[in-house]
Design a protein around this ligand. Structure first.
Ligand SMILES: C[S@@+](CC[C@H](N)C(=O)[O-])C[C@H]1O[C@@H](n2cnc3c(N)ncnc32)[C@H](O)[C@@H]1O
Length: 202
């Protein structure tokens, strides 16, 4: 798995999320976006203001104070029942690690660009199932509950590699990671990016 760390240009998280997405939008006249943690749509509204092609956004959210049209409910349930074929982009701007949502995206063999926000809490937040997927046993996990949290992002990258992802682009700040990958890996290299190869990962 190769990672490309983008240069940190400002200290606004939302601006970072927007910049990452604008840099890696598929080149198409019309884009279909599935925004699984839609919220108030701040990110995609900002992108549409800067982007002159049409963006069709389908949003999902479980909160009750949203006035804009959206699919209402738990995105894990909604994603499970959805056909993802018509979407060019899946956006997983979560508060934690969207393991279950990504699992569905991989199970459904989604073809396209995925943007992810992965945030690790100090004490953990690493999904047990993810650790099992990459080869840890339940006995190993019982022995130490906290060591896994410290290396959470590393394990997450390992898990992405296990799911066939060869390259990610990310902006990382402490425990917050904004990343994107192309499930088909047809991205062309971008000169402005720093490329890091992670040793020991397939
Ligand atoms: C970081 S905010 C998203 C902000 C949004 N991307 C924007 O541009 O305004 C995360 C959102 O995900 C929603 N959310 C969290 N867990 C969810 C779940 N399991 N299913 C659906 N929505 C969820 C929250 O209600 C919240 O609005």
């Amino acid at each position: 798995l190769t990672t490309q760390a983008t240069k940190k240009t400002d200290n606004s998280y939302t601006a970072d999320k927007i910049a990452l997405r604008i840099n890696y939008l598929p080149v198409k006249d019309e884009l279909n976006i599935l925004d699984c943690f839609g919220g108030h749509g701040v990110i995609w509204k900002a992108i549409q203001r800067k982007y002159n092609k049409k963006i069709n956004r389908v949003a999902i959210d479980s909160r009750n104070d949203l006035l804009d049209f959206h699919l209402h409910g738990d995105n894990i349930k909604i994603l499970s029942g959805m056909n993802l074929d018509k979407f060019d982009v899946i956006d997983l701007d979560s508060y934690g690690i969207p393991y279950n949502q990504l699992k569905i995206v991989f199970d459904k063999k989604f073809k396209g660009i995925v943007f992810v926000t992965a945030i690790y809490s100090k004490m953990g937040g690493v999904h047990k199932d993810m650790l099992i997927d990459i080869g840890f046993t339940r006995e190993m996990m019982k022995k130490s509950k906290t060591i896994y949290g410290a290396r959470g992002f590393e394990y997450f990258l390992e898990w992405l590699a296990l799911n066939g992802i060869k390259r990610i682009v990310h902006r990382s700040k402490a425990r917050k990671h904004y990343l994107m990958f192309d499930t088909e890996d047809v991205l062309t290299d971008c000169n402005s990016l720093q490329v890091d190869k992670l040793e020991g990962l397939s």
